[in-house]
Write a protein that binds this ligand. Structure first.
Ligand code: GLA
Length: 661
């Protein structure tokens, strides 16, 4: 049904890979602030917002992480400096979490995707993390999200990743930490806007599969922040899952719970949708149906939820008390979504997640250690076994929004098919509580670099056929397929085979959800598991899963949406040379990098980042009057900053600009 030759796709791979390599190389070289990074046909190219190799001795953009952080930052001479002769030294760190930190709230803008690149050297062998600290709306405590990690064995390593944050996040910073309190050296620190090559002309996945099932994606609030990510989701997906924001750790309102417990009631857990708000608002405003994820899980659920008086140090509560908490938690979550988001179509909800280990048996009692997928379960600790699952579905059925189907969701499902089916039968032994099974489908194309998929497509199909023969509704809930050595051709073939297996069972399957939008934002970002690369370009696996499927594209979704601000209305009388200050987008009397940033923001989100009317006229400096204000105008200003162009050469044609570059 789908193509088996991937010639066209291969060309794409080479150019994308080359573009990535060039961009990474350019970032690593700590280019001057404001310089554009080369990318392949970027609709909106990358712009360096801040870059330093510390040769000027300035470390003022970096700070330690609060008063209890003992680190001391200084620019010092260093014989091993990757560029020039100076680096930033970070000494006297007394804890692994100690600095340095770069303040994003002051130096960067929300809703923009940035690439951060930095070279780090630890004093001796240590794990290095680049992470994001941010306080989500309504939260009392900051959250910490690891962006990327690496190991320094005492020599320099380069860490590069992308990130973004919504405007509702406060006190946002990126920081570099090490497992231990070792000294660190930092060099070639660069933050640049990410390129954006979203192809509005590509077929829309949701249209291609419209006759079969919903096609969904998952994303976190940070991932959703950039306009291009929102455009990508609007174009391709008709199902959205919050990556983290509807999990108990984000929904439980600890302060409100503690306040109630202080009044003698510790069985009515209080909840909030604050962390999920930007995702929920987006789904509501764009009429995108949602999968709720997840109510009952051993992970990402705080320890205090299982303890007397919500006190982490306290005793485990009894089974009876936990049942009361469970019922009220489920009731409160569903009541709140019905009250606050009556217009969102919550068509599915994962009630219980990951209760079976691969042998199909329950987890061990206890609290999960970080990053351990076979982690213990506090639910099993309290109930002694998996007997909490059935009541969870009974409560969920009682309180769920109308039309919302309820699922048991698990990973490595192809290894525990019988156990999952038996679990569903047990839940429904005396009624209809569970509607279906969620098959996460976190798959792998390669093993040690070779094309050696696990599971094989044949194994996946065999188990899927079995699930689909039960009569239960089946959803593929977290699909991704990791690849090594950039074997995107192999990945395309594997995805195509997996989709064939899914399409063959289309009558039993109501949704296929990918776990993430672009490769760089995936939880498995080091092995490029998704359909879109970090620049939003479609990958060969995107082509392979739509190849050969007959569909009718509705008019409205194929029409390209504008990616730049529309050309401005001509003023009633044309501006004369006397009134126009070419390039001065923010109308502050100067032409500098602030104008480039103002133009990029305006081009991305014109309603939010308005320019003064005169600024819109001043900003249209490349091919004036024909293309509106866009990233190329910002590029010209970057070139002025880099002294490649002079203001008296403005306005300029694109052709002239290219000849200078
Ligand atoms: C599991 C969970 C998801 C998510 C992924 C990893 O599959 O169900 O919520 O946490 O792990 O990101």
């Amino acid at each position: 049904m789908k193509r088996k030759t991937l010639k066209g796709a291969l060309t794409g791979v080479v150019s994308t890979a080359m573009a990535c390599a060039v961009a990474a190389e350019a970032l690593a070289a700590a280019v001057p602030t404001g310089m554009m990074l080369p990318t392949a046909n970027a609709a909106t190219p990358s712009v360096v917002i801040y870059s330093t190799d510390f040769e000027d001795g300035d470390v003022s953009k970096f700070s330690k992480r609060g008063d209890n952080d003992t680190s001391v930052l200084a620019a010092v001479e260093e014989a091993t400096a990757p560029s020039g002769s100076k680096v930033m030294s970070v000494t006297e760190r007394s804890k692994g979490w100690n600095g340095p930190s770069f303040d994003c709230s002051t130096n960067l803008e929300p809703n923009v995707k940035y690439i951060i690149s930095v070279k780090v050297k630890a004093q001796w062998y240590n794990n290095i993390n680049v992470s994001l600290q941010h306080t989500t709306a309504g939260a009392a405590e900051p959250s910490y999200t690891n962006l990327t990690k690496g190991v320094s064995d005492g020599s320099w390593i380069t860490l590069e990743t992308s990130f973004s944050f919504p405007e509702t996040d406060k006190d946002v910073s990126v920081y570099i930490e090490a497992t231990d309190a070792v000294d660190l050296m930092i060099d070639d620190f660069t933050i640049a806007t990410a390129p954006d090559n979203l192809d509005f002309d590509a077929p829309s996945l949701k249209d291609v599969y419209a006759d079969y099932f919903k096609i969904g994606t998952a994303c976190t609030a940070g991932e959703l922040a950039p306009k291009t990510t929102q455009d990508l989701i609007k174009k391709h997906f008709n199902s959205l899952t919050a990556g983290n924001e509807l999990k108990p750790e984000n929904v439980l309102d600890k302060d409100a719970c503690l306040a109630m417990a202080a009044d003698g009631n510790d069985t009515d857990p209080q909840v909030t949708l604050n962390a999920a708000r930007s995702i929920l608002d987006f789904a509501r405003d764009n009429h995108i149906p949602m999968r709720g994820h997840v109510l009952i899980w051993h992970q990402q659920t705080p320890l205090w939820f299982f303890k007397e008086n919500y006190d982490e140090e306290g005793d485990w509560v009894s089974k009876e008390k936990m049942l009361e908490r469970m019922e009220n938690y489920i009731k409160n979550v569903f009541t709140l979504v019905k009250e606050e988001y009556p217009d969102i179509d919550f068509y599915a909800w994962d009630v219980v997640n990951e209760c079976l280990v691969d042998s199909g048996t329950p987890r061990k009692p206890g609290f999960p250690a970080q990053d351990n997928q076979y982690a213990q379960s506090p639910w099993v600790q309290i109930f002694g076994d998996n007997s909490f699952i059935k009541p969870a579905f009974e409560f969920a059925k009682k309180y769920a929004p109308e039309g919302c189907k309820l699922y048991y969701n698990d990973f490595n499902e192809y290894m525990k098919t019988d156990a999952m089916i038996a679990l569903a039968e047990e839940v429904n032994s005396d009624g209809h509580y569970l509607d279906g099974l969620g098959l996460q489908s976190h798959l792998d194309v390669s093993n040690n670099g070779d094309y050696d998929p696990f599971p094989t497509a044949a194994m996946y199909k065999k188990q899927l056929d079995k699930f689909c023969a039960t009569g239960l509704d089946i959803q593929i809930t977290e699909l991704d397929a990791t690849v090594e050595n950039q074997n995107y051709e192999g990945q395309a073939q594997y995805y195509s085979d997996i989709m064939d297996a899914i399409v063959a069972n289309k009558d039993a399957i109501s949704a296929v959800v990918f776990w993430g939008t672009t490769d760089d934002q995936s939880w498995r970002a080091d092995r490029d598991p998704l359909l879109f690369n970090k620049d939003y370009e479609t990958k060969p696996c995107f082509d392979s899963i739509i190849d050969g499927i007959e569909y009718t594209a509705p008019e409205s979704t194929t029409a390209p949406e504008p990616t730049t601000a529309p050309p401005t209305e001509p003023p009633t009388s044309p501006p004369s040379k006397d009134t126009v200050t070419w390039g001065d987008a923010n109308v502050d009397g100067k032409v500098d990098l602030q104008d480039a940033v103002a133009i990029l923001q305006f081009a991305a989100l014109p309603t939010k980042y308005e320019l003064p009317a005169m600024g819109v006229i001043n900003a249209d400096i490349v091919d004036n009057g024909t293309s509106g204000v866009n990233g190329i105008d910002a590029l010209a200003i970057q070139m002025i900053d880099a002294k490649l162009l002079k203001t008296d050469q403005l306005p300029i044609t694109k052709e002239e600009l290219d000849s200078i570059k």
